[in-house]
Design a protein around this ligand. Sequence first.
Ligand code: ARG
Length: 458
Amino acid sequence: NKAQAWSARFSEPVSDLVKRYTASVDFDKRLALFDIQGSLAHADMLAAVGVITQEDKTAIERGMARILEEIELDRFEWSLDLEDVHLNIEKRLVELIGDAGKRLHTGRSRNDQVATDIRLWLRSEIDIAIQLLGQLRAKLATLALTHAATILPGFTHLQVAQPVTFGHHLLAYAEMFGRDAERLADTRKRVNRLPLGAAALAGTTYPIDRERVAKTLEFDGVARNSLDAVSDRDFAIEFCSAAALIMVHISRFSEELVLWMSPRVGFIDLADRFCTGSSIMPQKKNPDVPELARGKTGRVNGHLMALLTLMKGQPLAYNKDNQEDKEGLFDSADTIRDTLTIFVDLVDGIRVNAEAMRSAALQGFATATDLADYLVKKGVPFRDAHEAVAHAVRTCEAKGCDLSDLPLNELQQFHASIGDDIYQVLTLEGSIAARNHIGGTAPERVMEEARRILAQYQ
Ligand code: ARG
């Protein structure tokens, strides 16, 4: 039984189960690179203010370089006895360089160390996610440009509502992912504050230079209260919330892809590389990737709830509860990273069946609102127009035809102000072209928006 870093105070060792229960090295070892980065910045500062010598600092740098290499080559021996990533690395450092290694932890605690590591790691995950969201938006905008005039029914309540363009529909998701990226960028501001210097909870008696460490690690500034710096994980909760929203948006998109790919709808086909077959039904091509993305949304939503609950009862300052922040946070980051990476490619693999979209838009009286608007423009109050068109729709339903199939004299029975210019209004093309304002579905507006989005990523 190897001695723990803190074991001098204790009279009996912990049981194997308690050791496993309290250890985090199995999952926090992924913070190793950031832990080393943080330690190097700390050592540099200790040397600069004269708490350790330049020789100690150089030795620490040499030792850490070696450790980094061992980790990268997968030769580092992680030990559960050493509890977590921090103690594993420190122990190895002492093995390699002796007393200088023992001086590294001066003026520092694992409490401010781990808070720093997580922030460094999370910052880089945020940067990756923002990057991926940009790529996804660019792919959506590119496909939207191609389909700026491809018409499909727009739905409310999953009932045919009004015609829209497929490009417009895709750009709705580009907007959502745009806000997701903004949310992450905003979260990053609060992630990017340096906890080091808070030590265990109250700060430290050494003449530390926190601003120097912040600068070295490219933080925007230092955390202004030591108790807060080591204890709150609100920045992680914010990230989990932003991640959950990303997945919710992905999940809505996935739901539509699955629906559109159903043979009963047939609006799109997905490239084979995102689908799998059935072991029993030879004809099947299942949209597994969107279904799994929809499913994984549950996990990521759950991590948000777990972290909120983890935090709610904790008195100041650090409590070991916080060790439980990591797995869910890591999984949220991994899940959005994988999901977004796959979806960037998946959008390329969407094959559009414009005919199926169009013929669906021709069913369900998608241009009924246009007829009502036409009457309003002829001076009819909107409520009266609405009623007249409702009668016309009922008649068409009984006859099994579309509004545009009714001859002019029949249409005029519903309202005398209908003229033969109505047929242009009742076409799908007329309907979408008329919605020509910022945020509308008219093809020229869709192209404008798609280009605006693409220009952001040039
Ligand atoms: N493994 C711990 C964590 O993840 C590091 C901090 C431990 N601090 C302590 N005093 N036990 O939170």
